[in-house]
Design a protein around this ligand. Structure first.
Ligand SMILES: [Cu+2]
Length: 286
């Protein structure tokens, strides 16, 4: 079954960034104006996109929030400032899936997810407005490619004041059929769910009311869709794009590999009729 799908599966070229196990290094626990000055772990596996494998660049990333005590539901301006190890701003970035930077904002319990694109304002500075729906800890994950370098992931943790909700432990979904924004999305996979084993995730998208397959998805970030995967402890981050931009549904396929056993949350993002919808799943890799 896997073979067949691979043959008919066209040229699935993709970018998989695996970010594992370096959170202590690049994560700052306190809330505001915390500067990160640690070395960076750089994602590899960009060979299909044509980036040569370079040595991981030493980067200094500083995260500034407009408020020193961010509160729930308040708009904050977030600035992410990227410098080299000589403290000189990194001026140029490659465009990756239509953007210079991708930023994922999640609550620590993974119940909240937001995928946004900070604006590059020059001088190594990216800016974006953020807000947080509840009190508690949030993790920010930025993803970018310094010009001529490789895909880089930097993370930061902030504490937001406000009503904290008890974090529910992540539980694997009993059903992989979800309804979001009038669409019924079924997640299935080809291959074995095993650590370090390639697996193809397949999202099948129907109209929830008519059950008709949706075949007119729109390109989102230069592809049929976009998938972000985080491990339960938020330490492992996978960002997966399909390269097949011609297939506009009803099925979208993404190759990936889960680095370890454990529970993961997956967010598939697709665009239809001008609107992006996000469908979450929780699965366990035995
Ligand atoms: Cu993005």
């Amino acid at each position: 079954m896997k073979k067949k799908t691979l043959i008919t599966g066209m040229s699935l070229i993709l970018t998989v960034g695996i970010f594992a196990g370096c959170t202590n290094q690049s994560d700052s626990k306190s809330t505001e104006h915390q500067h990160e000055t640690k070395n960076d772990k750089t994602n590899k596996e960009n060979e299909h996109v044509g980036h040569s494998e370079k040595n991981a660049q030493d980067l200094n990333v500083a995260w500034h929030l407009s408020s020193s005590h961010p509160k729930e539901n308040e708009k904050e301006k977030l600035t992410i400032e990227i410098k080299d190890n000589q403290n000189k701003p990194i001026e140029e970035y490659d465009i990756n899936h239509e953007k210079k930077m991708h930023l994922i904002v999640v609550s620590k319990d993974l119940s909240y997810f937001n995928h946004i694109h900070p604006t590059y304002d020059g001088n190594g500075k990216f800016n974006v407005d953020v807000s947080f729906p509840k009190g508690g800890e949030y993790k920010l994950i930025s993803d970018f490619i310094p010009k001529g370098g490789s895909q880089t992931t930097k993370t930061h943790t902030i504490k937001v004041e406000g009503t904290e909700q008890k974090a529910e432990p992540l539980q694997a979904d009993k059903s992989l059929v979800k309804v979001v924004d009038g669409k019924e999305i079924t997640l299935s996979y080809d291959g074995e769910l095993k650590p370090n084993k390639e697996v193809m995730l397949k999202f099948n998208i129907k109209d929830a009311a008519t059950k008709k397959p949706i075949t007119d998805l729109e390109t989102y970030l230069g592809a049929t869709g976009h998938v972000v995967i985080l491990s339960e402890d938020t330490e492992k981050y996978l960002h997966v794009h399909p390269a097949d931009t011609k297939n506009m549904g009803p099925e979208a396929m993404f190759h990936t590999e889960f680095p370890t056993s454990g529970t993961y949350k997956i967010w598939g993002q697709f665009q239809h009729k001008g609107k992006v919808f996000t469908v979450p799943y929780v699965i366990t890799i035995p």
